[in-house]
Design a protein around this ligand. Sequence first.
Ligand code: KDG
Length: 316
Amino acid sequence: MKDVITIGEAMVVFNPVKTGPLKFVPSFDRNIGGAELNVMLGCSRLGLSTGWISSLGDDEFGTFIQNFARGEGVDVSEVKRTEDYPTSLNFKEIREDGSGKTFYYRSQTPTRALRKEELNEDYIKNSRVLHVTGIFPALHEGAKEYMKEAVAIAKQNGVTVALDPNIRLKLWSKEEARDTLKDFLPEVDILLSGKEEMELIFETKDEKEMFARAERFGIKDIIIKDGSNGASGRRGGDRHHEDSRPPQKVVDTVGAGDGFDAGYLYGYLQGWDLGKCLRFANTIGSMVVSVVGDNEGLPYLSEVQEALGEKEMIER
Ligand code: KDG
């Protein structure tokens, strides 16, 4: 039995060695990214058992990503390799304040080789949470169908479904994103969404109204992440806002939301109350932004406990 599994594409991420417009960046560090895999890496570092359903090119970069995920303790037995499509790439531009842009080279994504008829039902049945995002269904029609099938299997078998909309407007339009994500919402148990994404999906800027509209879909945990303003959540009658923890330094904001998701899912699986889940998740988000890379800043459990003052930090 796995604690959390996911479906998603991972890419080789090229992080610029200096800030500023990409056209003036002379060289890059080769890393790995992909929102869904990032969440699994985060969960794995916290001590959860994790698994990743995906497809990678049968090439050097595919092997690099698969080995990396395996080395981090993520089960990769459901990761296919295909000769038909190359492993995707993603170049990042980072500005002085840590914000940035992403340039994808993923139109020939190897996830095109995935077939919904080949989904391993037992793999999904034997997990406690299936975490999905809005990136995967934005890749191509087949991916959308694949995710629908996986979510249906999860629901039929009492597996908790968590969704992070992760709307990437370089991959689809606002209308497509809204319509597709709304189709998924009736199946979702935990919604982990950025505030701007809530605005886009529910077509309101009023937070109370966002919660109310999400509740109509029967979602049990509704979480709104609002960066440095913290996060708010509702779980049944429980409502909570948790301020963010000021990060040591902001150098790269990419991956903070994934770190938050990993922390929230960890707390959820421990049976923690809403406030404790939000505090823990916020702490991880603030740790991720202090490190360059999509997942390099994801902490181990003891590091979060030290940051929360629950464990003494011994440096030397
Ligand atoms: O959330 C971080 C991700 O956005 C990043 O790792 C790359 O998956 C990615 C994407 O599609 O942007």
